[in-house]
Ligand binder design. Structure first.
Ligand code: NI
Length: 190
């Protein structure tokens, strides 16, 4: 397994829509495993394939950490889709691609998600609270949507200066990244 660099705000892959996965493969399973390792290395609780420069519909969520259940492993979800959503609540969110910015975002409180595992077996999961929220945040990534897009115009305006810095590559994190301060090596989006 390997830790992959995370694409930072301003990189175009974060604004692209990812494509469904049609066939299982060893390479797909390996990518899902790498994404889990990358998420953990960066102390994240979720990660979408766009964030590692890959445009397939794959997300990983650290369900055990999120639900505080040590025996629950991280889940790799291929082609996740929301079948049903209920309620709404607000809480601060962050994103590994948008370091050091956290803002309150309103999302559904409960979701029913259908997804495939890397062997493409289908599963359904009722997810509420933080787990549901992380799944919604990651599925947004697959559609080129960032949590910033859920904020009002005034809040977005207030963040502009900090976002410009991220776009310029002024980023200080302790995980590997692809940003503008270095040549982007991963522009061959699959
Ligand atoms: Ni994110």
């Amino acid at each position: 397994m390997s830790v992959l660099p995370i694409y930072i705000y301003g990189q175009s892959v974060l604004r692209k829509k990812a494509r469904p996965v049609k066939t299982p493969s060893e390479e797909l399973s390996a990518l899902a495993a790498d994404m889990i390792e990358t998420m953990r290395k960066a102390n994240g609780i979720g990660l979408a394939a766009n964030q590692v420069g890959d445009l397939r519909r794959i997300i990983v969520v650290d369900a055990g950490v999120i639900t505080e259940s040590e025996d629950v492993p991280p889940i790799a979800m291929i082609n996740p889709e929301i079948l049903n959503r209920d309620g709404s609540w607000s809480i601060e969110e962050g994103c590994l691609s948008i370091p050091e910015i956290r803002e309150e975002v309103e999302r559904a409180e409960k979701v029913l998600v259908r997804y495939h595992d890397p062997a493409l077996n289908v599963h359904e999961l009722d997810a509420d609270g933080l787990l549901g929220r992380v799944i919604l945040h990651e599925i947004d990534h697959l559609n080129g949507v960032l949590f910033l897009d859920h904020l009002g115009a005034v809040k977005r305006k207030l963040l502009r200066g900090r976002l410009n810095k991220l776009e310029r590559g002024e980023v200080d994190v302790d995980y590997p990244i692809v940003g503008n301060s270095m040549p982007a090596t991963g522009t061959d989006f699959r």
